[in-house]
Design a binder for this molecule. Structure first.
Ligand code: AHM
Ligand code: MG
Length: 336
């Protein structure tokens, strides 16, 4: 038998989602249209990120461009692309972006039944040195047909209908859950299509990696300190865990999802609510973790049960392999 040089049955992300939606007779393809606009945003950002270093080299990203206009920074540019793609999809009513202080309430002629919360380009400290960064998104449905308001997205994460992220790394990968498991798609740059490469991702029950900014250790609370100490000096004869920390949530969570282990951004004396944002960082990643068989905990409760009061609210987060998070829960409230 000759090994096939080319796979001939390509499961693109669009085909995959269409298949999934066809299980619901009431589905009218709205979600597929919404998702294809998110995918468009991801492809744009991927291409911009790949050219970022080069653009500088050939003088495209100086202070001003040839037309004398100021060049937008990559995160601002990414935000503009996502907002425009989502509004023009005609399927959204409320958008919340990390880049915009206020929620975007979509004008009536372009409204649809979804609300999207997103961080268009997360991992800002890694942009200029070419280390992996990503886009994170979560999707809610509108629960009424009246005027949309910011309150329409101030809902617990367990009400999200879908969540995902796109990682701009050594390859460009989109990981998605619509509430029935987690699937990973890799961008084939020559086709410009995301192809299913990681069907039904399950996180290992237990891992041997912990991921945290240990530079903050002097400000941690007792339980967080105790847990990390246990990772390094286990007393039960188990091997010490390895430390991996990129400083891009998407990269750190992606590795945790595939290899197992735990990612934590705890509260500390300086940031009593941690650093990461509930709506578009903590919720989507927690949704994916649970869908992959892991857990996500705030230090006090299940992360998806949080009810945000403000769109840019923060929360401590401990997420990853089921058993590793179980250990954190056993140390009473790490972040209280
Ligand atoms: P950003 O939205 O400004 O990029 O910050 C979020 C990022 C996450 O990707 C990452 O997990 C975290 O900040 C790292 O923070 P720190 O540098 O404090 O370790
Ligand atoms: Mg961010």
């Amino acid at each position: 038998h000759e090994a096939d040089a080319y796979r001939t049955d390509l499961m693109t992300i669009t085909r995959f989602v269409l298949n999934e939606q066809s299980k619901y007779p009431e589905s009218r393809g709205d979600f597929t249209i919404l998702l294809s606009n998110i995918v468009l945003g991801c492809k744009f950002v991927c291409s911009a990120v790949n050219k970022a270093g080069l653009a500088k080299l050939i003088g495209l990203a100086g202070e001003t461009n040839i037309q004398g206009e100021e060049q937008k920074k990559l995160d601002v540019l990414s935000n503009d692309v996502f907002v425009k793609a989502l509004v023009s999809s005609g399927r959204t009513s409320v958008l919340v972006s990390e880049e915009d202080e206020e929620a975007t309430l979509v004008e009536s002629s372009k409204r649809g039944k979804y609300c999207v919360v997103f961080d268009p380009l997360d991992g800002s400290s890694n942009i200029d040195c070419g280390v992996s960064i990503g886009t994170i998104f979560g999707i809610y449905t509108m629960s009424h047909n009246d005027e949309p308001t910011t309150e329409d997205v101030l809902k617990p994460g367990n009400e999200m209908v879908a969540a995902g992220y796109c990682m701009y790394g050594s390859s460009c990968m989109l990981v998605l859950s619509t509430g029935t498991g987690v699937n990973g798609f890799t961008l084939d740059p020559s086709l410009g299509e995301f192809i299913l490469t990681h069907p039904d991702i399950k996180i290992p029950k237990k891992g041997n990696i912990y991921s945290v900014n240990e530079g903050n250790a002097q400000n941690w609370d007792g339980p967080t300190t105790k847990y990390v100490e246990k990772c390094k000096f286990p007393k039960d004869g188990s091997p010490a865990k390895s430390l991996r920390y990129v400083g891009s949530m998407v990269a750190d969570v992606h590795r945790t999802l595939l290899y197992g282990g735990i990612f934590l951004y705890p509260a500390d004396k300086k940031s009593p609510n941690g650093k990461l944002r509930v709506l578009y960082e903590v919720f989507p990643m927690s949704f994916l973790m649970e869908q992959a068989g892991g857990q996500a905990f705030t230090g006090k409760k299940r992360a998806l049960d949080l009810v945000p009061e403000k769109i840019h609210e923060r929360s401590p987060i401990f997420l990853g392999s089921y058993e590793d998070v179980e250990e954190i829960k056993a140390l009473d409230s790490p972040s209280s």
